[in-house]
Design a protein around this ligand. Sequence first.
Ligand code: ADP
Ligand code: MG
Length: 670
Amino acid sequence: MNALTLGIEEVKGVGAKRAAVLNEVGIHTLGDLFYYLPRRYLDRSRTLPMARAPIGQEVTLIGHVRQMRFVPGSKPRFVLVVEDETDDIACTFFQGGRYLQRNFEEGDELAISGKVDLFQGRRQMVHPEYEFIRTSEDDLLHTGGIVPLYTSSADMKERGLRNRGFRRMMHGALGAFADQIEDGLPLAMRQRQGLGELGDSLRKVHFPTSMDEVAVARRRLAFGELFDLQLRLARLRKKRLEQPEGIVFSESQKLVPQLLASLPFELTAAQRRVGAEIYADMQSPQIMNRLVQGDVGSGKTLVGLGAIIMAVENGYQAALMAPTEILAEQHYINIKTLVEPMGLTAVFLKGKQRKALRRELLTAIESGVAHIVVGTHALIQEEVHFARLGLAVVDEQHRFGVVQRGALYKKGEKPDLLVMTATPIPRTLALTLYGELEVSVIDELPPGRKPIRTALRAPDRRDAIFEFAGDQVRQGRQVYVVYPLIEESEKMDLKSAVEAYEELCHGYLAEFEVALLHGRLAAEEKAEVMDAFKQNRIQVLVSTTVIEVGVDVPNATVMIIEHAERFGLAQLHQLRGRVGRGGEQSFCILVSYASAGAELSDSRERLEMMERTQDGFEIAEKDLQIRGPGEFFGTRQAGMPEFKVADLIEDENLLQSAREEATRMVAAEA
Ligand code: ADP
Ligand code: MG
């Protein structure tokens, strides 16, 4: 029996009512309970006697409530006097006095944390954080000097599961069940990795005798989570590799060489290497499941196209799915231009198309007349049937959920799958998210690209900025201006793209063709604007972030990003990647008041990083650190696993070890 799967009601003192409030916070089983880790710890051995609490510093003090009172006056306040053997301190609250008064009783033992200051010659803390330690002796019996503090919901508090009550319950539960927890990790592995036993680690993470013990126990728990995930991924990988039931394509004799010969440039070494990896996958009887990572402009599309025409040469259809209509259409146009001379038919499927045209396209796809089908998620709609889908390519995949990736895959009879992403995914995340995929990296840009010059400028430099942009246009170049919002919001005083567009048309850029692109335009209008920009009939494109992904206009050399502090680093990097695609020197100007004021130093630090580096991986790592994995990917839809203990940033090395152990275990499995 494994105690972790037992229901929470098995715990002494937990009846139906307590179980219900615990369920609300996701605690259903003993496992859930034991993995509900302390929010923080109070290390009593490190707290100071009050008499020695230094003025002006953040400290934690422990003492008993001696007195409570309301002090009237111009600044009415509630004062709680807390004392220990050495001295006392006044805790002053300007709000919430009524509630607090009901909350405390004289004699309560409290830990208070905050900055100590002097008021009328006495020590005080204003609005300290406080924790109840105990009112009775039994509570701390087994905690040594370190007290775990837990987060409790309002309902939990109501049911006596605030810190103290919760602690008592946890202590009882661990006492009763920790010995009956099965450790899923084999002893040999734990010894190799220097990990403790699971039940013991859980006990120690809740009731440690030192903070070092907490770190060691936590490491065991985090490893377990990472290992479970890696084991699942490793098994998937193994299963796929062991089932030789995918399509065996033969090497392209004709079309790929023909494509390469038609290009005005040579492939980079990285493109060739990744191409070869893909072709080898396609020729093997295993189903391909490969992720191609490459920074913006590294030339992923061509690599994908090589795979596409190889599939077609073998008598199969290929599909390419992109996250936005603009991007899909751009792919379609590029691909069509390249493959039509080869006698291949490419079609474009999107959300809104005329009925007659749509029917025609669907027929072409179903009959196999269409060799290559490019589109948005319209490709995975029910009424789309392929005659013989052999290869599914998904571009910019982090925008799609795992589900959509799978849906496209199901349109064929075990087709090969190629996923391309421009977001340089930090290693830890790649291992976590795509552990079941093979990964290829295009780590080289086509030659002759000049590094983009990036500058951070304050908004009051706008005259100079647009004068510069105008100069570039006069030299025949094109300009992007990007805004974070499309309509003025009352609260945030951001200039909307619409307003800015009006202003630029009549002001700085009046002599040029300026167009506005935003998410609310009809798809046809968007396509028209993009088309005109591609052909240089429009010189300045004012836009919201719809241009972020994949747009390719090599003649554009200036990217002006307004309110740059509003964008994430990865997003800025993507935006910047829209320029620097041709032979001319390109520029990225980040306009932000964060270039000046000290109060925005965080934003400034981020933006200065953009000035400093153009390395997508470095930027992505930093972005991940700043925003955390959830937001980095736009949360759960990307299939981010959630860990209770492990931290993808902190535990990078642990993840690597977990992966190695998982691979080792799976290799040994029959
Ligand atoms: P990505 O999708 O990786 O951002 P693209 O595939 O859109 O990059 O390629 C960016 C641009 O670089 C395109 O205009 C493409 O034609 C061009 N390109 C691709 N490979 C090479 C190469 N080896 N040499 C020169 N230009 C290239
Ligand atoms: Mg691309």
